[in-house]
Structures are given as structure tokens and as C-alpha cells.
Design a protein around this ligand. Structure first.
Ligand code: HEC
Length: 510
């Protein structure tokens, strides 16, 4: 009987210790704990899966036992021991994590999660102790063990949901839930058009005539939403500062005075955004997109006018500088469209890069160091024949055909390519820079070049092209630089071309 009694005593001590832990520790220190504590605390999310897994194992083992005639073995007891022990360790780590960086988490949610964790750990320890006695008593009183086991599992589900909300945001689980599911669990129905962000139907600036716009909701909030909310919201409260609700925005964080009505210079948000960009306390912090000058103008004006929550644009007098700043405010749906377009571009470019990659890699073996991607992420390809010169001719150019459509910069100076080979370049419609200096290119080859509508720079130095021929290049809308030194083009030819390409610089000497 000694063993079970001893285990029971230990269990009771652990439960008592866990229960008084939050009271003994008091509120988390504002400045957090030293780095070592943060380091250790961060193992909480890793370790917490252990008790969850163990508890599920116990549930499975015990359920299996219900349907079998076998005597209870010690396997559940062992699994239950590990469930309890790991639950205690996970809770302690979670406690350290919360206390080491309290400002990082929403306080209410974090406290609830902590309490849930403690109840869960106490429950599993109690379940273990009871299991020991049930086994001693040959299975009698098993209902009590079951009660604790199911109770702990319930608390676990609840606590882990809070935990997930802490790390991923409150709507992590339900964000993409279809409307049928949302109805079932009593969440507001998503609007179809709201799109992938979960359908927030915020009042948009241009839904109302300008004078009717509420300065705070329609102008200030969208700015803060873009540039500040990511770190100062319900879930993440850097500096213990939450900006996504008017009252809290005004109240401020640790330092207080987020906004002082009518006093721009005393308002902490202005103090922070006015600090030099390399100052550690500048907001938003380094690496995040800074406020645009017109956004700063608008925020300061709004605070100067009293930082009212519901004043309309028409109520507040706007000096010219503010009117100008208002003109620069981009309506939300334009912003969304820009973002989508930018994402589309990136995706397209990645797909394109993927499609030419094989050819680029193959051709790089044949032309080492000559063929490259323009940059790490770009789908554009560059080629220079500078190390081959006379050894690079029309046949070699033909080998590049598969990558020509992705070519953005091509240097064939002093190569033996001819008008015949240059015809292939017709397919290089992304080409921006082309050098054919000192090649045998003649007027006949210029027909192909006249189709390269993206061409910005063309070097024909030392080729026998003529006044007549280069006029074909007038069809190139983006041409900015044209090198015609030592060709058959003379001053009159340049004059004629300039008249057609006023934005192009024609270079006749070095
Ligand atoms: C990338 C995260 C991040 C973003 C984005 C961000 N902040 Fe902060 N902010 C912090 C951190 C971290 C602190 C706490 C450290 C400090 O006080 O500098 C803080 C603290 C503050 C404080 C001091 C709060 C107090 O009372 O201690 C203010 C004011 C503030 N931020 C304003 C802003 C404003 C205004 C924006 C948007 C223009 C912004 N922040 C955007 C991370 C961020």
C-alpha cells in the first residue's frame, strides 16, 4: 500500500502547487522576464502536444478495455503518468512564456488559457492518482477515473482552442468555415463578395459622399489598420497597446496617452511616428512599411482637431495641405485591387521562371557563365557572348531560341551573327537591352528589331546600318538609348530619327 499512498501525496502537492501558482506569482511583470526565460518558455508550443497525445492514448486504451474481458494492465497507468507529468511541464513552460513576454498576447485570452491549462494539468494528475487506486481496487470506482479523464479532455479541448487563438488569431479555426458550419456554431454569416479575407463589411470611404465621411472610421482607421494594427490588436499588444478600438487607441499602452485630444505633440502615437526612422522607438518599427507623408498629415490634423470619434469631414475645417493629403488617400477597393494585381504579377513571373528553367539550365552547360536569370526571383533571362565573340554565330543564337521569349538583356557585340540570325530575335519580345555592336548587321536585319516593342536600349555601334534603315526603329515606343557611333548614319539621319523618337537619346560618339 505504500506506493499508492506516496503517489497520492505527491499528486496532491503538485495539484496544490499548480492551483496557487498564479496567485503566488501575481500579475506578469510589465517588462517581461530575461531572455533565458523567453527561450525556455518558447518550448511550450512544442511540448504541449505530448500531454494531448498521451491523454488520447489513455482514452483509446480505456475505451478498448471496455469491450474486452482482459484484466486492466499497467499500460494505462503508465500512459496516464506521462500525460500528467507532461501536462504539468507544459503548463509550467506556458506560464514562463506568458510571464516573459506578457505584452505579446491578449491579456484576457492569455489568462483564460493559463487557467484552462492549470485545470487541465490538475485534472490529469488527479486522474492518474485515481487510476492508481482503481487498479489497486481491481477496477472498482472506475467511473470516477472516467469522469476525471473525460473532464480533463474537455478542458483540454477548450484550452487548446484558446491557445490556438493566441498564436494564430481568434478566428483561426473558423475563418474559412463554410456558411453552413458558421450557422451551426452561431457565427455571423460571411458575405460572398467579401472575398478571401473573411468578408469584413466595413464601411468604405467612397460608399458615402466625401463630406459625409467620418474622419476617424473612414480615413484614420484604414491608415492605422494597414500600418499599425498588425502589432497592436486584440491578440498582439506590443507595448501593451491596442489600437483597434477607439478608447484603447486614445488611452495608450504602458506609456499612456496614445492620443491627447487637440494636442498633437503630447500624443504618443505622433511622438513615435515623428522619431527619426533609424530610432529604435520609431513606429512602425524598422522593416515595416512606414507611414506615407500624407498619412502623417491626416493623423496629426485629426488629433489637432480634437481626435473626435464621429466628426464628419464637413465638420472639421481642412487647410489646403490637408485637402491635398485627402486627395492622396487611396480608396480601399483600389488598394485591394492593387494588392491582388501585384500578387498576380508575382505568381505569373514565378510560373514563367519555372517554365524556362529547364532550358536555361541545359543551355548554361553549353554556354557557361553567359546565360543567367536577371535576379533571384525574376523570370527574365540575360545572355552575354562577350567571352565568345567571333566564336558565336547564327547557329549558336539558334540554340538560344527556347529562352529568347524570356530574354531581357542580350549582348552579341563582336559576334559573327548576321541579319539571318537576328531574325530569330523577333520572338524576344521582352528584350529591353540589346547590343549588336561591331556585327555584320545591316538595314535588312532592322526589320526584326523594329518589332521589339519593349526595347529600351539598342547598341548598333560599328555596324553598316544607314539613315534609311534606322528610321525603322521609329516604331519602338520605349527606346531611350540608341548608339549609332561609327555607322553610316549621319547628322541628317539622326535629325530625322529624333523627330520621330523625341524621348530617345541618340549617341553618336563615346
Ligand atoms: C511590427 C510590429 C509593430 C507595428 C507594425 C507597429 N508597432 Fe508600435 N510597438 C511595437 C512594439 C514591439 C512596441 C513596444 C516597444 C516600444 O515601446 O518601442 C510598440 C510600442 C508602441 C507605442 C508605445 C506604447 C506604450 O504606451 O508603451 C506606440 C505609441 C506605438 N507603438 C504606436 C504605433 C503606431 C502609431 C504604429 C503604426 C504607425 C505602430 N505602433 C506599428 C511594434 C509595432
Amino acid at each position: 500500500m505504500k506506493g499508492p499512498v506516496f503517489l497520492t501525496l505527491i499528486g496532491l502537492v503538485v495539484i496544490a502547487a499548480l492551483a496557487i501558482l498564479p496567485f503566488w506569482a501575481g500579475p506578469p511583470p510589465e517588462e517581461g522576464l530575461p531572455d533565458m526565460a523567453k527561450f525556455i518558455g518558447r518550448f511550450h508550443p512544442v511540448l504541449l502536444h505530448l500531454p494531448i497525445g498521451m491523454l488520447l492514448l489513455v482514452l483509446a486504451l480505456e475505451t478498448g478495455r471496455l469491450f474486452s474481458k482482459r484484466k486492466p494492465g499497467s499500460s494505462t497507468q503508465v500512459a496516464m503518468f506521462f500525460a500528467a507529468a507532461s501536462a504539468v511541464v507544459a503548463v509550467l513552460l506556458g506560464f514562463v512564456l506568458y510571464y516573459s513576454m506578457p505584452g505579446d498576447y491578449g491579456q484576457e485570452l492569455a489568462e483564460r488559457h493559463l487557467n484552462g491549462g492549470i485545470i487541465f494539468a490538475c485534472g490529469t494528475v488527479a486522474a492518474f492518482v485515481v487510476k492508481v487506486w482503481v487498479d489497486v481496487a481491481d477496477g472498482r470506482g472506475a467511473w470516477f477515473f472516467w469522469l476525471l479523464l473525460l473532464g480533463s479532455s474537455g478542458v483540454m479541448g477548450y484550452a487548446s482552442h484558446d491557445g490556438a487563438s493566441l498564436t494564430h488569431g481568434e478566428d483561426y479555426l473558423t475563418k474559412y468555415a463554410p456558411n453552413e458550419v458558421r450557422k451551426l456554431i452561431g457565427l455571423p454569416i460571411k458575405e460572398e463578395k467579401g472575398g478571401k479575407d473573411g468578408g469584413g463589411s466595413k464601411p468604405t470611404a467612397d460608399a458615402k459622399p466625401p463630406a459625409e465621411q467620418v474622419v476617424y472610421t473612414d480615413i484614420i482607421v484604414p491608415i492605422l489598420e494597414q500600418k499599425c494594427y498588425s502589432c497592436h490588436n486584440a491578440d498582439k499588444q506590443k507595448g501593451k497597446y491596442r489600437m483597434d478600438e477607439y478608447d484603447l487607441l486614445v488611452k495608450g499602452g504602458k506609456e499612456g496617452d496614445g492620443i491627447v485630444h487637440g494636442k498633437v505633440d503630447d500624443s504618443n502615437i505622433v511622438v513615435r511616428m515623428d522619431l527619426p526612422e533609424d530610432d529604435d522607438e520609431h513606429m512602425p518599427p524598422e522593416g515595416k512599411k512606414d507611414l506615407a507623408p500624407h498619412e502623417v498629415v491626416l493623423i496629426k490634423w485629426w488629433i489637432d482637431k480634437g481626435a473626435s470619434k464621429d466628426a464628419k469631414l464637413a465638420d472639421l475645417e481642412a487647410p489646403d495641405a490637408v485637402k491635398e493629403a485627402l486627395g492622396k488617400v487611396v480608396p480601399p477597393e483600389v488598394l485591394a485591387a492593387q494588392k491582388a494585381a501585384a500578387e498576380g504579377e508575382i505568381k505569373k513571373s514565378a510560373e514563367k521562371r519555372e517554365s524556362v528553367k529547364v532550358d536555361v539550365e541545359r543551355l548554361r552547360k553549353e554556354f557557361p557563365a553567359a546565360l543567367n536569370f536577371e535576379s533571384q526571383a525574376s523570370s527574365g533571362v540575360t545572355f552575354t557572348a562577350v567571352s565568345m565573340r567571333k566564336d558565336f554565330g547564327d547557329d549558336d543564337l539558334a540554340k538560344l531560341a527556347p529562352v529568347l521569349p524570356a530574354m531581357v538583356s542580350l549582348d552579341l557585340s563582336s559576334c559573327t551573327v548576321t541579319d539571318q540570325g537576328v531574325k530569330l530575335l523577333e520572338s524576344a519580345d521582352e528584350l529591353r537591352s540589346l547590343r549588336l555592336a561591331e556585327t555584320a548587321l545591316t538595314d535588312a536585319g532592322l526589320d526584326a528589331l523594329a518589332k521589339l516593342s519593349n526595347l529600351e536600349s539598342l547598341n548598333l555601334y560599328g555596324t553598316p546600318v544607314t539613315n534609311q534603315g534606322v528610321l525603322k526603329l521609329a516604331a519602338l515606343p520605349n527606346l531611350k538609348k540608341l548608339y549609332l557611333w561609327q555607322t553610316r548614319v549621319d547628322a541628317a539621319g539622326v535629325e530625322a530619327l529624333k523627330a520621330k523618337l523625341p524621348n530617345c537619346e541618340i549617341i553618336m560618339g563615346l
